[in-house]
Design a protein around this ligand. Structure first.
Ligand SMILES: [Zn+2]
Length: 130
C-alpha cells in the first residue's frame, strides 16, 4: 500500500494496528489500522509535547493520525516517543504474508483431500470386512 504523506512534516505515514480494546470513549476506532506519523521531528508531534507541558504540566505528546476510511484526522496520545511503535505494520512482512496466503490455502486443501481419501479407504476396508 502506498503510504500517505503527513501534512505536518511531509514524511510518509505508517500503518498502525489498532488495539483490540477500546479507547476511553468506548467507541474504538472501527478500523483494523490507522495512518500514523512516526516521525519524531514532525512539527505536530514536537509541538504537542510543548503544548501539553505548558497547558497541563503533563509529559504527554500526540502523534498525528488519519483514519483510512473517513479520512478524519486527529492526535493519538503517547507517553514517550517509543510508544505505539510495536504495532507499526511492517509493509514487507505484510506483503509476504499476503503472498503466502494462497499457498497456505492450497496446502490445506491437499491435506483435506488426503483425509477424505483415508476416510474412503477405511470405509472400503470395512465394507470388505478387512
Ligand atoms: Zn508528521
Amino acid at each position: 500500500m502506498t503510504p500517505i504523506e503527513c501534512p505536518h512534516c511531509h514524511e510518509p505515514m505508517r500503518r498502525w494496528n489498532t488495539p483490540t480494546f477500546n479507547f476511553s470513549d468506548g467507541l474504538g476506532f472501527c478500523t483494523p489500522w490507522l495512518w500514523i506519523c512516526f516521525n519524531d521531528e514532525c512539527k505536530y508531534f514536537v509541538r504537542s509535547w510543548e503544548h501539553m507541558k505548558k497547558s497541563y504540566g503533563q509529559k504527554l505528546g500526540y502523534r498525528f493520525m488519519i483514519h483510512p476510511d473517513s479520512h478524519e484526522s486527529g492526535g493519538i496520545p503517547v507517553g514517550s516517543p517509543i510508544a505505539l511503535r510495536g504495532d507499526i505494520i511492517d509493509e514487507r512482512e505484510e506483503e509476504r504474508r499476503l503472498q503466502l496466503e494462497p499457498e497456505r490455502g492450497a496446502i490445506m486443501e491437499k491435506i483435506h483431500e488426503h483425509e477424505k481419501m483415508i476416510e474412503m479407504w477405511k470405509q472400503h476396508l470395512k465394507e470388505k470386512g478387512l
